[in-house]
Each structure stands twice: as structure tokens, then as C-alpha cells.
Design a protein around this ligand. Sequence first.
Ligand SMILES: [Mn+2]
Length: 210
Amino acid sequence: MKICCIADTQLNKENIEMYLEAFKKYLDVADCIVHLGDGITNSSEFLSAYKNVICVKGNHDKNENIYKKYYKLNVNKINLLFVHGDRTDRIAEQLDIWKNRIRFKMGKNPDLSGYYRWLSGKYTEVDIVVYGHIHIPRIEVINNTCYFCPGGMTEKRLLFGHDISIGMINIDDKTKIAKVDVIAYNPILHSVKINAHNKLLWEKNQILLN
Ligand SMILES: [Mn+2]
């Protein structure tokens, strides 16, 4: 089963359609597409061509009655949870954004340790937690749970220097192995490629990073 994950599509319609078009071959082969929240309405026209589109509500999606807060899926005994990933503690979140804005200016990698302490405390007992919100593609393994952010499509806030990206989760029916990939779009080269440094395999309670 292939699950294509997109997040944070808060862009004007022209740009969002250009990016989604660039990722089209991944969207086309997916059995299910999950929008992880924020900018759902901006992408809804493009995504309406697809079956099995699930949207979870982001903090900027106003139609809260339409969208779910979480979406749970069990595929081949692998438990997946899809959620936007925004913190209720807005002050802590703003401090993180400013700290990382300064770090980016200094040429340093973002420090998301506080965010991951919160995330891994809140969402446990799941094999793979898929979330958006931070706009940075990340695969973190904490206490045997994989926390996967496919990145995002908006250039605002935390997308410091990262390409626009989506995620693909591939769960093999025969081997029962889940593979998690980040697929990035390079706007200068107009090319889309799987980021080889951002891969993960999940097998029988073992996380295999490669
Ligand atoms: Mn958000």
C-alpha cells in the first residue's frame, strides 16, 4: 500500500497547482493521499481528481467540523497516526520559531528538541506518526516510534532553506515492511527526486535507518 502525504499547502492556487503537478506521478500511484493540514482548501480542487483523499485539520484550517483532528490506519499490523502536529502551547512554539530563525541566520541546523519532547510525549503507542506543521522534512525515531514529517509547500515560517517536499509511505503487502521517503522538488532545476538521506524502513518493531 502506498500512502502519499502532503502538508501545509498555504500558497496561491497557481503555485500550489504547479507543485502538485510536479509531484503528480507520486500522487497518481498512491492508494491513499493524506493532507496533513493547513491550506486544505487551496489544494482541494487539484486533489478532487483523486479518490481516497483524507484531510486532517491544521491550525489554519477554519472548517473544523468538516475535517478530522486525527486519522488512524492499520496496515499489515503497522499502526499509523496522521495529525497536523501543532502545539497547544503557542508561547513555546513561538520561542522555537524565533530560536530557529536565528539559528538559520547563523548557518546552524534547526533545534527541534523541545518540539520532539512534546510530540513524542503526546503521541505514543503508534508505529508511525505522520505530521506536518513544521515545514521541515524529518524522520525521527523516538522510543521505537517513527515521527515522520514530509515537509511542506509553504515558504513561510519554519521552512528555512528546505525544498518543497512531500512524503511517501510504502507498505509492502508481502514483506510487511514500511518504507518512508521524502520526495523533494527543486524549483531551479524543476526536478523531483527522492532524498536518499531521508529514508527509513520499519520492520517487525525494528527501525532500520539507511
Ligand atoms: Mn500549522
